[in-house]
Design a protein around this ligand. Sequence first.
Ligand code: CP
Length: 350
Amino acid sequence: MMSETKTTRRNGFVQKHLLGIRELEVGEITHVLDTAESFRDISRREIKKVPTLRGRTVINLFFEPSTRTRTSFEIAAKRLSADAINISASTSSVTKGETLLDTARNLEAMAPDCIVIRHSSAGAAHQLARICDAGIINAGDGSHEHPTQALLDAMTIRERKGKIEGLEVAIIGDILHSRVARSNVFLLTKLGANVRVAGPGTLVPHEFEELVDDHLRVESRIEDALDDADVVMILRIQRERQDAAFFPSMREYAVHYGLNLARLSKAKPDAIVMHPGPMNRGIEIASDVADGSRSLILDQVANGLAVRMAVLYLLVGGAGGHARVDEGFSKRTSGRGKKDEAVDSERLFD
Ligand code: CP
């Protein structure tokens, strides 16, 4: 069955799939962030499980390695009582020549509610969304987008800084290959932050120069990007996506673009340091910065779980999801009026 890209929802989140940040409206982004805040407390309870998605099925289809994203989607689904199934490229019939679309059609025949996909090809999640009735979540497609990473980054910034609008955010490193940079630029500029991206000229795509406006600028020197920044986001050098020499050596990259304590002193004294992981310690970030008091790297991971719970909830169950889920929501909330649109942790999680 062909899938519609948008459905009208009662909860302020109108997407059927989460394919990228570019297509989200500001209200949808803040709705996910607010919902994630409501979910954060579940992971601090002694019993970290609620029945919200009981009877739903989430398939994690990962064609690239992942520690954080795959694990947190699996834990998120399980904490919401959904059935979570993990499939990796090496154990799937892709190794026998099956195409991605045939794999998706076969999984779809087993009626999952949601497929979370990571793939090395930009647009892989969009392809699945065109043929699948299940909700599709993009967990990273090549160098294109990684929407849940940008959402968890925004949640982490908002938690520490109390806002996003007006903040000065430096994104430094391998911009060219980074789906994290692309999703973050879309999200942060939509929410009114001022973003500076910096990296070797060979690792900053022309696309970013075309996107430059009042909220985005491109710097070639890391020091200029760091100057008075509130947030410093360091990106991994993606050796696996580099089929050419973009800079002379890792050592030279560390010397000219690595974030160390001396460079960090250019940013505001209360600037926070972020990295999506996995880190190349000693290359794009020094260990004393990564492990220092201003680093929020593990807070990002913790918030990733809450964001993925929120995204699964909004797409698959609770107040959103497919028709049968809407029915359940209507019954539970009839007569509650406009307040229904906010997530109420007492009502949904217990
Ligand atoms: N940040 C991130 O996507 O990490 P993983 O590759 O471990 O999922």
